[in-house]
Write a protein that binds this ligand. Sequence first.
Ligand SMILES: [Fe+2]
Ligand SMILES: [Fe+2]
Length: 213
Amino acid sequence: MATKNQESTGLLKLLEDQVADIYYAEKQLLKALPKMAKAASNDELRTAFTDHAEETKGQLERLEQVFEALGKPAKGKKCPAIDGILEEGNEIMDEFADDAALDAGLVAAGQKAEHYEIASYGSMCAWAEQLGLDEVAALLNETLEEEKGADEKLTEIAESVVNIEAEEGDEEDEEELVDAGGGSSRNSKANASNNKSTTKAPAKGASAKNGKR
Ligand SMILES: [Fe+2]
Ligand SMILES: [Fe+2]
């Protein structure tokens, strides 16, 4: 509970502020995840986004319980960070709409959102514990674990299929280019986005280690 101590009051205020921030963020994610699922061509990735959208509904309900425990109305506060992350995700969906690397880009966009959530829930959880708000801490921790699970799932999909398919797509494009004896803006864009050399292919593992430390 909040004490009369100035610092504890500040921390409680901060917690309330950040709960409102993440409430807004979760609502935006609930709208974005089905769009990302629709854009994904890999079945596993589409399912991961769809499943996480369902999980997000539960996370919003949990946040409503947090607001209640804090004695505050459930009200979001505009979060420019998530808006920016999702805007970048939209850019990826536009720019890579017909590209074999689209799914890899979607995974990255999803993971950027997950990492924001993990940082936010992790901090809020620690503050709630510090404040002795056990119920709030437990609710936030439950969501934190789901966010970590979603992030790990995306890493697994990226490393087992999506990154490999993106690279194979590149190779096919290169073959087409050789056959056609020319280039297209689509291919030059795809290659520019891929920091791998087209001549020597170290194949797997050359790309980002999706979310791994
Ligand atoms: Fe979430
Ligand atoms: Fe999430």
